[in-house]
Design a binder for this molecule. Structure first.
Ligand code: FAD
Ligand code: SF4
Length: 465
């Protein structure tokens, strides 16, 4: 990704479509007359309209000014410095841009094989992009939350029972959401030093227990875990960067917030207390192809997809040391409907551990992830595939829905039966993706999922249990 910072005047920058308060897709003409399309941040420095623009991933355009703007790297928004969004007026998409987006959506009927997908028909939101409600003065005052570091479960639960308290793992997501005014906790309860929080326990029967604060890097490098639960260790190795894996914990990975750039850049939407979802007619390249919303962001965690294929359970403790085990599939129930969080955790509850059952150990398993970049990127589409030693098959897609998306059981059973030729693989992939309803710009995900599924099903069907 190239980044250039240039001086500009308004008459040399042609805004095509606003993405957030300070981010724009831009069509820029340099002094030499060359045109470039890019995704960048614009910051006005003086009242006469002069300012600077950081252009990310700008690509030269041909002479035609109407050429399509290149798809921005998803990392671009998080790499941008922010200005005080309260000082920005609500942003309005030009009627031209709306017309283009609607035309894109109408042309968005996707085909796969000989089947035609209908575009997602969720209600189209207003064409105005508004900023999320500004933080209240109390929230700003509590912007520096208290930090506590309990060393027992009881003291951790007591600290979490206090008003505005949340659990803190490695902080790689929580601290960012605080900084971006997406979360306003009053107390951070560091749960990494609780007894057993960082332990991986491997039992003789083949099952395993991961303490909630086990780091992603420790999972990725654990030789015995690799032997038993290869899908999980492969997924862990594909998370972000070495630095992130060294800080991020397994519980934090499950509870991290979605990466939708509207949400993350403070644009009003369902997830931050407003109505509607601007992604439906906006920049929805990385959004869900399954589910009816109201939120169309995808679940971001790679380990969650692998843990779903391994049928893990999440061990949760709450007030007065109550304990409950929640199947990971149910842990994400209602993720698209809940504006406050995607996980089934009540206020004051704490994930204590993740249990992986013995029946999921061994067999054939793998995790594959398609990314826009070679590394340090979230999944466009990913797949955890497992054929257990008892022959049962589990196939779970990531990057396509608000939660890890387990395939219809009848598809898994057909893979389990084996004897699949290329035509049957096509038919099975088609069936598996039958309910996909892509948005205007993410039909490619259905094709990617189909390709991953065909490969994995061929691999699973061919092997001995
Ligand atoms: C640049 C970047 C790239 C990334 N790339 C990827 C990627 O490719 N794949 C991927 O899967 N992830 C990726 N991530 C996300 C990263 O994996 C998560 O940020 C990380 O796993 C969160 O773990 P943490 O311990 O830092 O959580 P924190 O930031 O500390 O917490 C996150 C959430 O979990 C809650 N929480 C933490 N521990 C507990 C607990 N024990 N009980 C209850 N709630 C708890 C917190 O309250 C908070 O709501 C990326 C992140 C960044 C910043
Ligand atoms: S996809 Fe979800 S997070 Fe993104 S804008 Fe829509 S409602 Fe908000």
């Amino acid at each position: 990704m190239s980044t250039n910072v240039r001086r500009f005047r308004d008459d040399t920058v042609n805004q095509l479509s606003p993405i957030g308060a300070n981010t724009r897709k831009l069509l820029i003409e340099s002094a030499s007359g060359e045109s470039r399309a890019g995704f960048g941040v614009r910051r006005v420095l003086s009242g006469d309209g002069a300012g600077s623009v950081a252009v990310l991933a700008a690509t030269p355009l041909s002479a035609t000014r109407s050429s399509a703007v290149s798809v921005p790297s998803r990392a671009a928004p998080s790499a941008l410095a922010r200005t005080d969004r309260e000082s920005q007026p609500p942003t309005r998409i030009t009627s031209d841009a709306v017309a283009r987006q609607r035309a894109g959506a109408d042309a968005g009927l996707q085909t796969m094989g000989n089947r035609k997908f209908t575009k997602n028909t969720s209600p189209v939101p207003t064409h105005k992009l508004r900023l999320a409600p500004a933080p209240t003065s109390t929230q700003l005052a509590t912007h520096m939350p208290r930090y506590v570091r309990p060393d027992s479960r009881t003291s951790a639960l007591a600290a979490l029972a206090e008003h505005g308290a949340v659990a803190l793992g490695g902080g790689t997501d929580l601290l960012v959401t605080i900084k971006e005014h997406l979360a306003h906790p009053e107390q951070l309860v560091d749960v990494r030093h609780l007894p057993g929080a960082r332990e991986v326990t491997l039992r003789d029967d083949g099952s395993a227990r991961l303490g909630a604060a086990v780091r992603i890097a420790d999972i990725a490098a654990h030789p015995e875990l690799q032997g038993r639960f290869a899908a999980l260790t492969q997924a862990a190795r594909l998370v972000g960067t070495p630095a992130l894996r060294s800080m991020g914990t397994i519980a934090g990975s499950l509870v991290q917030r979605p990466r939708c750039w509207y949400f993350r850049r403070g644009i009003a939407c369902f997830k931050n207390g407003a109505d509607g979802c601007p992604a439906i007619i906006g920049e929805n390249q990385y959004h869900a192809v399954f589910g009816d919303g109201p939120c169309h962001a995808v679940h971001p965690s790679d380990p969650a997809v692998a843990l779903s294929a391994l049928e893990a359970t999440v061990e949760i403790v709450g007030h007065a040391n109550t304990h409950r085990s929640v199947a990971i599939g149910q842990f994400f129930d209602g993720a698209a409907q809940n504006p406050l969080g995607e996980a089934a955790l009540a206020a004051g509850e704490l994930i204590e551990a993740i249990e992986i059952p013995a029946r999921s150990a061994g067999g054939r398993q793998r995790y594959v992830k398609l990314m826009q970049r070679g590394a340090w990127d979230f999944a466009l589409v990913s797949l955890a595939a497992a054929r257990r030693t008892d022959g049962e098959v589990r196939l779970v897609l990531g990057g396509v829905a608000a939660a890890p998306f387990r395939l219809n059981q009848s598809v898994e059973e057909d893979v389990q039966s084996g004897g699949l030729d290329e035509d049957s693989l096509d038919a099975l992939a088609e069936r598996a993706l039958y309910d996909a309803r892509p948005l205007s710009k993410n039909g490619y995900k259905v094709k990617q999922a189909r390709s991953l599924l065909r490969d994995a099903m061929r691999w699973l069907a061919a092997g001995d249990p």
